[in-house]
Design a protein around this ligand. Structure first.
Ligand code: GLY
Length: 285
């Protein structure tokens, strides 16, 4: 058991944000980061903390995850989520999921179950029923502003945590991209793409999934850490690669095994909140 200094970082999605909603989004990120920090303060695990933070964001209709998820081409919500344990490389994910209020919680159950890594669509629902996981109505996930296609609806939510035992965990959840084809799966549930953790660090990405998948953005960012650069530089370098290869927009948050925090975006905004060992809370957008 190591004696690490815990750290938490949360993002609320990369993309343009109107000034009048930025404060609310930052407050949402702060509430999520504090939920994770409370768990760490009681010597809880990085996995529990990351899951708790993402649940707070899924329940906040401002964000494109869980309740408030964006709509696909036929007006349905289909969500993706993943959680990864950097210590043992355990990972669980759900994709194109309907009828579940907190996809990250079901992703955790997929991970704990251990038979599979990713369950999609009807299969994920069958698994939920098999384990007695509660379902919700599809309508309850749709909020009025999303019906009207609120112009700011974008992004993904995510959290990276280092706990006092030196374990790293990452959780990411999203409604995906507006007007996507039914069945489309983005980067968030794919290990190494939108969600990745190992013993060097953890990363959660946001932005256009089709581009993030092509450059395996999460694993690429962690591999840059191995070159000895700090997480901010690793985040920037991986984003430069994404931009050079695909021209796409994205953002990512990281924590390395030393508790150093990094993040980068090539969008106008990406609300983030991070908390470090001295309990200092920082917000940025
Ligand atoms: N990054 C979220 C998505 O493209 O689904």
């Amino acid at each position: 058991m190591t004696n690490a200094k815990p750290a938490v970082i949360v993002h609320g999605g990369a993309g343009p944000i109107r000034d009048d909603s930025l404060r609310e989004r930052l407050e949402g990120c702060k509430a999520a980061a504090l939920a994770a920090w409370d768990i760490l303060a009681q010597n809880g695990s990085a996995l529990d903390a990351a899951e708790a933070a993402v649940m707070v964001l899924e329940d906040n209709p401002l964000f494109n995850a869980g309740t408030g998820s964006t709509l696909n081409q036929i007006g349905n919500v289909e969500m993706d989520a993943a959680i990864m344990d950097g210590d043992l490389l355990r990972v669980g994910a759900v994709a194109a999921l309907q009828r579940i209020k907190n996809p990250i919680k079901l992703a955790r159950r997929v991970m704990e179950d251990g038979r599979h890594v990713i369950l999609g669509s009807e299969g994920a629902l069958m698994f939920a029923r098999e384990i007695g996981f509660p379902e919700c109505s599809p309508e309850s996930l749709i909020v009025e502003h999303e019906r009207k296609r609120w112009a700011e609806k974008h992004g993904t939510v995510g959290c990276v945590v280092l706990d006092a035992n030196g374990k790293i965990a990452v959780a990411t959840s999203t409604g995906g991209i507006f007007n996507k084809l039914p069945g489309r799966i983005g980067d968030s549930p794919l290990p190494g793409c939108g969600t990745y953790a190992d013993d060097r660090g953890g990363v959660s990405c946001t932005g256009l999934g089709e581009a993030i998948i092509r450059v395996v953005l999460g694993k690429t960012a962690i591999d840059f850490l191995a070159e000895g650069i700090d997480p901010n530089a690793a985040a920037r370098k991986s984003l430069e690669l994404l931009e050079a290869k695909t021209g796409a927009q994205a953002g990512l948050i990281m924590i390395d095994c030393h508790g150093r925090i990094g993040y980068a975006r090539n969008t106008t905004h990406m609300p983030v909140c991070f908390i470090k060992d001295n309990q200092s809370i920082a917000l940025d957008s």
